[in-house]
Design a protein around this ligand. Structure first.
Ligand code: C5P
Length: 299
């Protein structure tokens, strides 16, 4: 049973003050993009996880892996034995701000649900996903969606057309809690609040890539740049090369450059790769669907 699952970029990430539970209320416009992991689930005995791909060594092993925790949560919820071997083929950058760990958890839920024949409905899968992490429900959902609460309360967004992205990956990941903590420090005493997703939503509705490029917003970006000043060079280089907009994705360090077309993506990606401002450059399109069994991967 093999499930393909997308990474995300945040077209808008508005962040409110820190809540009593330590999380922050967000208004996040997520888009699922064509940088995808695959999670294959095979019969046990027991629960084990292996990872392949260029960054496999950076992925937590065993019970610390969010995909393993997803399998355990599903087994507990349905009363089956957590017997599965999960093989993760990793393409989404690790600790990259593209919700790769969350994606693997969503894929593991879908794969184990099919392997074990537990057949949960979407709301039940969604509830389990929300218990695993703020971005896990979106990885199930895919497409383009607005997430509020911690990010887990989703509604679909009307988005016309395809977005073309050039994604700049960094060699070293960043810690999401550390970036949120830096934001809290920066905001202390300023009264700064959550920025409004309306301009991004309007640009998506209109299918206007230039307006979308101008509207891309991330309230975590200043904190991510403080912790990783070199990301400024990536964003500036993208804009100098003619990108319509450039933004840090989530808590970083991946930078997302919106461009007008596929040929533009080829040109900007090649030029950016030659500048030595980031570790790897990939092209992607969005939106793409959420976690789905790969056709022919049911066995
Ligand atoms: O939900 P998840 O486990 O992915 O969140 C990781 C960390 O990111 C949290 O521990 C918290 O520090 C931060 N976070 C937050 N507010 C959110 C989502 C995440 O503060 N809405």
């Amino acid at each position: 049973m093999t499930v393909r699952v997308p990474g995300k970029v945040n077209l808008h990430l508005g962040i409110g003050p820190r809540r009593r539970d330590g999380y922050h209320d967000v208004a996040s416009v997520y888009q699922a993009v064509s940088i995808q992991d695959e999670v294959a689930a095979a019969a046990g005995p027991g629960l084990s996880v292996t990872t392949s791909g260029p960054e496999a060594a950076a992925v937590p092993a065993g019970a610390a892996n969010l995909a393993a925790r997803a399998a355990v949560a599903l087994a507990r919820h349905t009363g089956v034995a957590p017997d599965a071997h999960l093989s993760i083929s990793k393409r989404i950058p690790v600790a990259g701000g593209m919700a790769g760990g969350s994606a693997d958890a969503a894929a593991a839920l879908v794969a184990c649900d099919a392997l074990w024949g537990t057949h949960l409905d979407r709301p039940q899968l969604h509830a389990l996903a929300a218990g695993l992490g703020s971005d896990v429900p979106f990885a199930l959902h895919g497409g383009t969606a607005l997430g509020v609460g911690r990010g887990e309360l989703l509604s679909p967004v009307l988005a016309r057309g395809t977005c073309h992205w050039v994604l700049a990956f960094a060699a070293q990941g960043m810690s999401t809690p550390a970036v949120y903590a830096e934001l809290d420090r920066q905001r202390t005493g300023t009264g700064a609040g959550m920025s409004d997703p309306a301009p991004v939503l309007a640009a998506l509705r209109a299918g206007d890539p230039a307006a979308l490029g101008r509207a891309l917003t991330n309230d975590l970006q200043r904190a991510a740049l403080r912790l990783r000043p070199g990301l400024r060079r990536v964003l500036d280089a993208g804009l100098d090369l003619g990108a319509l907009g450039a933004v840090v994705s989530g808590s970083g360090p991946t930078c997302a450059l919106l461009v007008r077309s596929e040929p533009e993506a080829v040109r900007v990606a090649a030029a950016l790769a030659g500048l030595d401002v980031c570790s790897r450059v990939r092209r992607a399109t969005g939106p793409v669907p959420g976690a789905r069994v790969v056709p022919g991967g049911e066995g």
